[in-house]
Design a binder for this molecule. Structure first.
Ligand code: NAD
Ligand SMILES: O=C(O)C(=O)C[C@@H](O)[C@H](O)[C@H](O)COP(=O)(O)O
Ligand code: ZN
Length: 372
């Protein structure tokens, strides 16, 4: 299946999201960006380089002047300014100028880091996203949020910088580990919960095909998620308001990710944060407790953690970590809650006591029932 959609800003088309089964059309798509006399630097991590860099470079070489490859070690712990510095050095040594372009080949770590380098090198050069994880195909490659972590502070240094193209080859899902695939489902389920109750139902109805990575079902899912994310970022590209709902599950999620020093993956932390936010939405009487319990079950069934009982984390340190993060907005914590399944809202009134109560829910074992 082949599909595409356009992302607009202020009503003007900015870039296309292209969905293909493999990389056969990548060269053609990149050629349409006028790169014949340009250098292209493929930026990727050590795992993805082994799997896909040869195929991608074979697509790019015939359509541009020269292709370079920059590889850094895989893992969130390398999404930092040291790696950005190495990449700046590489670009300078190879005489990259403002007409040249970067190609982010990999998951969200590669996309965020490469996008940030593109946003800042020579005050901004073009880049494209070639996302290879489910998470990056449905979320991080779209919308222009780029950045790196600073110490363990998530995405603390960054810029909004839109890609010129997002090219997804769905078959790259087949080489992901189960754990990494599940991480993408964390953001996918988030999309249903915040914007589209029918999609949330559809995900549950197609769970077996999704987990078996039936490519036609996965492509349908990626397209719906891309549409949801596209529709939100078009309304609010720089997160002045509504885009904040894409942060559902991230207030506590980022705090847990930081405290675990990235030993828990982003999608896993989003799942934990979402379970807690659903619990709090129920506690506030926005959704029913049955719905909150069912949300927790859905994350669990897609292979995501729903308990932090086995980690050495206290509720107090998690709450303290939320206050030390970008989620503080004019002295108030920014929390995303659900009015109902399929409709989220931004709340700045969540108290420490409420966070404490909803964290109780994550302290139980995964087989334990309601503790809230
Ligand atoms: N910018 C945004 O809007 C946005 C949105 C969501 C998440 N993020 C960021 O994205 C990051 C998480 O992204 P991620 O989950 O893709 O992690 P990741 O980029 O670390 O990729 C996960 C792992 O899978 C490997 N991998 C990638 N593609 C593969 C493939 N096709 N086959 C086998 N292995 C493959 C990678 O080498 C890595 O080890 C976090 O840093 C998060 O903050 C950003
Ligand atoms: O695109 C957005 O906006 C999001 O919030 C998507 C999130 O899934 C993503 O993790 C994002 O990087 C979080 O951004 P941050 O500004 O909270 O660091
Ligand atoms: Zn996220």
């Amino acid at each position: 299946m082949s599909d595409r959609m356009t992302v607009h800003r202020d009503g003007k088309p900015i870039y296309d999201i292209v969905m293909e089964e493999n990389y056969d059309r990548l060269g053609q798509e990149v050629a349409s960006l006028s790169v014949r006399d340009r250098r292209l630097c493929v930026v990727t991590d050590s795992t993805v380089a082994e799997l896909y860099s040869d195929t991608v470079i074979r697509q790019l070489e015939p359509v541009c002047r020269e292709v370079h490859l920059f590889v850094f070690p895989a893992g969130e712990e390398n999404k930092n300014l040291d790696t950005v510095r190495d990449l700046y050095e590489f670009l300078i040594q190879n005489h990259y100028d403002r007409n040249d372009m970067l190609v982010a080949l990999g998951g969200g770590v590669v996309g965020d880091l490469c996008g940030f380098t593109a946003a800042t090198y020579l005050r901004g050069i073009r880049f494209i996203q070639v996302p290879t994880t489910l998470l990056s195909q449905v979320d991080s490659s779209i919308g222009g949020k780029t950045g790196v972590d600073f110490d363990a502070y998530k995405n603390m240094v960054g810029a909004f910088h839109m890609p010129q193209l997002v090219y997804t080859a769905a078959s790259s899902l087949l080489t992901l580990t189960e754990e990494q695939f599940a991480c993408g489902m964390g953001e996918v389920i988030k999309h249903g919960l915040i914007m589209d109750a029918d999609y949330y139902e559809w995900l549950q109805a197609h769970r077996e095909e999704i987990l078996a990575r039936d490519l036609s079902v996965c492509e349908q899912m990626i397209l719906v998620s891309c549409r949801i994310k596209r529709d939100v970022v078009e309304q609010d590209p720089t997160e002045q308001g509504i885009r904040g709902i894409l942060n559902f599950g991230h207030t506590l999620g980022h705090a847990i990710e930081k405290l675990m020093h990235f030993h828990l993956l982003h999608g896993q932390c989003v799942a934990l944060g979402s379970v807690a936010a659903a619990g709090l939405s129920a506690k506030r009487g926005e959704i029913t407790m049955e719905e909150a319990l069912q949300i927790r079950e859905v994350f669990f069934q897609f292979g995501l953690p729903i308990s932090i009982a086995d980690f050495e984390l206290s509720k107090e340190e998690i709450i303290a970590a939320t206050k030390n993060d970008k989620k503080m907005d004019s002295g108030k914590i920014k929390f995303i809650l659900l009015h109902r399944i399929g409709e989220a809202f931004i709340d700045r009134t969540v108290t420490d006591e409420e966070m404490n109560t909803c964290l109780d829910w994550l302290m139980g074992g995964s087989d334990e029932d309601e503790r809230i």
